[in-house]
Write a protein that binds this ligand. Sequence first.
Ligand code: NDP
Ligand code: 8X3
Length: 257
Amino acid sequence: MISVKDQIVLVTGASSGIGAACARVFAQGGAKLILTARRSERLQQLAQQLEQEFGVAVQAIALDVSDRTQVELTLSALPEAWGAIEILVNNAGLSRGLDNLHEGKIQDWEEMIDTNLKGLLYVSRTVLPGMVSRGRGHVINIGSVAGHQTYPKGNVYCATKAAVRALSEGMKIDLLGTPVRVSSVDPGMVETEFSEVRFHGDAERAAKVYQGLTPLTAEDIADVVFFCATRPAHVNISEVLVMPTDQATPTLAHRRS
Ligand code: NDP
Ligand code: 8X3
């Protein structure tokens, strides 16, 4: 296992769920954190907590990954001591709606494509050149089981996650010959704000997604991300599919009630 102590780790979408859990696990390991998301108040709170609890330095920066100019300006304006990002966790993402394709809402599609696909690309394109020129770095993309199997009404969300899978593969291929590593961590059901966001704030409908089964927690996924990041330099964990014991495929889950 290699240490992440004093390494600079950038987590996108760190204001909740898997991103916030990743921030915590890297803080516990002594990393220096750059936490980004759109909700800056939440980020500030998390940053304060982690600084107090683990004595690490944290930069909390409001950033909408779907805004290319904002991504480029924000990341290129990092203080000099924070520029050498060693680990990038491309986590920011969302689903919007669960509709038949022929009835889907275009605005939902745009938001998913702009965030899950284009946002990941904008951030990676800005951070990767530094990793290559410094000769060290690791990109960890949060994909999904939805990128492995399309499920009814998941159409565009599944397409964005299939694209993330293809991009992880493409990054690994294009970075061959450099020491930069690329991993994809692909979860099944994780209980976070994900379903509430998907259903545009309908908490009751969101709760039903996890009813009668034991879903994964954000911490379960953060553990796997941390595992990938702490393998020896010659080991690249390329892809990890992590499912709840109660879920076999996106559409096949065991519910007790
Ligand atoms: P949450 O809704 O809890 O967290 C999503 C995070 O992404 C938030 O911090 C949110 O912050 C951020 N985000 C959304 N849009 C943007 C944007 N445009 N710019 C910057 N940040 C953004 O859900 P999860 O933690 O579950 O989701 C994290 C990742 O995990 C996503 O990529 C998701 O697709 C993936 N995933 C989730 C699964 C699940 O079952 N929960 C399963 C498989 C994959 P803010 O709103 O403050 O910007
Ligand atoms: C999130 C898991 O099954 O809702 O990516 O698509 S699922």
